[in-house]
Ligand binder design. Structure first.
Ligand SMILES: Cc1cc2nc3c(=O)[nH]c(=O)nc-3n(C[C@H](O)[C@H](O)[C@H](O)COP(=O)(O)O)c2cc1C
Length: 203
């Protein structure tokens, strides 16, 4: 069996915080794009949150590959002060549908922060409990940057789904089965009727 690991780390962006604007911060968009391409190739999955100038990232996959990526991340000048919050072996991937799920700041996160007395997203001050709550929240929030089809197509083939994984809604395939069986029943009825009429010499 493949030896899987999850790491959760935080870091500070070195690029300036842009005031609230529609859409995703351009530096973050570039990071996401590279991450999705590379992670897909390497069978890695994960999730990235960016808020108030801080990153919160969860990476999962083969131990050697995750560790190699973390060494690359340490040298990336777009962030600094990397701090590992959790590093643990796992049995299955928690984000099998996402080569890199992106979670934007939303009202649930703001509410959670407020409940814990935070005015901004400052993961350096989070305790273990809050890290867990943030992870749960981020797992449940849909990713607006990745269409479902793209996300599913990019899922590594050997991943296992966990019951806790929030799957985005799959587009509904039109259900023609009911219509076809209704049509067959109708034709069968008409044939039986004709056979009955013929047997009674009515036609
Ligand atoms: C916060 C942050 C998260 C990143 N996450 C990933 C990642 O999940 N996967 C990845 O390949 N690169 C990630 N990168 C980018 C890497 O540091 C590095 O630039 C990239 O892997 C180099 O890819 P390339 O050799 O294809 O240019 C991240 C960078 C930052 C700043």
């Amino acid at each position: 069996m493949t030896d899987l690991i999850r790491i959760v780390y935080i870091s500070r962006a070195t690029f300036p915080i842009t005031p609230d604007s529609d859409g995703i911060e351009p530096n973050v968009a570039r990071i996401l794009s590279t991450s999705r391409t590379n992670n897909r190739k390497n069978g890695l999955v994960g999730m990235l949150y960016y808020g108030d100038g801080c990153f919160f990232q969860c990476l999962e996959g083969e131990t050697a590959k995750v560790q190699a990526l973390y060494r690359t991340l340490l040298k990336d000048p777009r962030h600094t002060d990397l701090k590992v919050l959790a590093s643990e072996p796992i049995k299955r991937l928690s984000f099998p549908d996402w080569s890199m799920k992106y979670v934007p700041v939303d009202e649930h996160m703001l509410k959670l922060l407020e409940e814990h007395g935070f005015e901004t997203f400052d993961p350096y001050r989070f305790d273990h409990h809050l890290v867990e709550r943030v992870m749960q929240l981020l797992q449940g929030v849909p990713d607006p940057t990745a269409p479902v089809v793209e996300a599913r197509a990019s899922a590594p083939a050997r991943t296992v789904l966990s019951v806790t994984d929030p799957l985005p809604e799959a587009p509904q395939a039109p259900d023609n089965t009911a219509r076809i069986s209704l049509a067959i029943s109708f034709i069968a009825l008409v044939i039986s009727l004709i056979a009955l009429l013929v047997s009674l010499d009515l036609v």
